[in-house]
Design a binder for this molecule. Structure first.
Ligand code: GLC
Length: 430
């Protein structure tokens, strides 16, 4: 009897204990789940995958920032999947992954010219401007994040073409394209001269589009960009022809297949009088390269300040399973502190105005004021869903003209207009 009585007490006790434990577990699980479901700010747990072009910053500063984020957010560690260094290859790869719809990518590091295309195709999510602080970004880089009245990304780094020159071989930076052409022609005539021409990005890829547009903008009598800062070639055939003629004259002999890296190598080796490149090239040149410190150089605005704006913007992938965590990472990578690190340590142009006003930055890198002016005056490439096709048609014509002595197609303007609308050939009568 005693035993039965004792067991009778024990059974309810065990069930009570089990019940309590289950209850606690249930409360904990429910709290965690409702936190993510109900709290609009809670970050969904799990890894964040970032698709990005090659990190050209000195010392891999993008990864440094991601490492810092990971230390602060162990439940949302981020991983960069690095793609090619060439803009066109990056775009093709990003499109392929976005089209697969597998939800494997959370953040896309888009070139400034792809916002419209990715937004229109539904591959990225728009950001709720009432919840994202956009004050403090430079105007033009931020403008490249907008399309159709919505904000689709935040600017990670900006870019604007700069002129690198040899202070030991030219009296100073030419202020006009005529002046630059004269310097090139005079140097060629000098006995023993080996520093030939203007080393731009002349290979057949997006870099050629950018370089050619800068020359065309520099040959126009009036600004080719309207109030929105966007370049428009319509009706500017004369500037188009004279800009490209000049590019053919000033290009180094044989119009070498240069991308950003090879331009630096050519200039550093002393074989180019001028180089057109992005601001990060300054730090590469300032570092001792293979075989020694390279040539003396200085940097200035492109003649007449006709630089094209470049840069990369961080967008949240439409099929990300962690959109809030992805957006939090984007905000972290574009905040003032991250932007200062990217420029100070890595040489990538910051998208936040405050970095350009920091006295310590100005003292250490006096060229930052030139850089700020270049970005401020830069013109934007068209912000359209079919920009890539426009660029391809344009630079194919430029490539034939520069390298193969081909004439520019008589109907180039029509071809470009058709390309901007996503068509291959102009429709009769247009
Ligand atoms: C740089 C610029 C980018 C441009 C590319 C062209 O990466 O930031 O905007 O499209 O160069 O090569």
């Amino acid at each position: 009897m005693r035993g039965t009585v004792e067991r009778g007490w024990q059974v309810p006790l065990i069930w009570a204990a089990v019940g309590t434990v289950l209850g606690v577990v249930l409360v904990l699980v429910t709290t965690a789940v409702t936190a993510v479901v109900n709290d609009p700010d809670a970050l969904e747990p799990g890894e964040i995958v970032v698709l990005s072009g090659r990190d050209d910053s000195i010392g891999g500063q993008r990864q440094v920032l991601v490492n810092q984020w990971n230390e602060l957010h162990p439940g949302n560690r981020a991983r960069i999947v690095e793609l090619s260094g060439l803009a066109d290859a990056q775009r093709a790869e990003m499109l392929a992954r976005a089209q697969s719809g597998r939800g494997e990518v959370d953040v896309l590091n888009l070139d400034v010219t792809w916002t419209a295309e990715f937004a229109e195709a539904g591959y990225i999510r728009s950001l709720d401007e009432s919840r994202v602080r956009t004050g403090g970004f430079l105007d033009k880089p931020l403008a490249t994040c907008r399309y159709g009245g919505r904000l689709w990304a935040l600017p990670f780094n900006t870019d604007a073409g700069l002129l690198y020159y040899r202070p030991d071989l030219v009296a100073g930076p030419p202020l006009t394209w005529d002046g630059l052409e004269r310097d090139v022609v005079e140097a060629r005539a000098r006995p023993g001269n080996t520093a030939d021409g203007y080393a731009g990005q002349l290979a057949d890829y997006e870099g050629l589009t950018v370089n050619a547009l800068e020359l065309v903008a520099g040959s126009a009598d009036e600004p080719l960009a309207g109030e929105d800062g966007v370049l428009d070639l319509d009706g500017h055939e004369t500037a188009l022809v004279s800009g490209l003629e000049r590019l053919r004259t000033i290009a180094p002999a044989g119009v070498p297949d240069l991308d950003e890296t090879r331009s630096i190598e050519l200039f550093r080796s002393g074989r180019a009088l001028f180089m057109r490149n992005w601001p990060v090239a300054y730090r590469s040149l300032a570092q001792d390269g293979e075989g020694g410190p390279g040539v003396p150089f200085d940097v200035a605005l492109l003649p007449a300040g006709t630089a094209v704006l470049g840069g990369q913007n961080l967008a949240v992938s439409a099929d990300s399973r962690r959109p809030r965590a992805a957006q939090a990472l984007v905000e972290f990578l574009t905040n003032e502190r991250s932007q200062q690190i990217l420029f100070e340590r890595g040489g990538l142009p910051a998208t936040r105005a405050v970095v350009y006003h920091d006295q310590a930055v100005r003292d250490r890198y006096p060229y930052v004021t030139t850089l700020a002016e270049a970005v401020d005056r830069a013109v934007l490439r068209p912000a359209e869903p079919h920009y890539a096709r426009f660029s391809e048609v344009f630079r194919t014509a430029v490539d034939g003209y520069l390298r193969r002595g081909a004439q520019l197609p008589a109907d180039l303007a029509d071809q470009l207009a058709a390309a901007r609308q996503g068509r291959l050939t102009p429709v009769d009568g247009e």
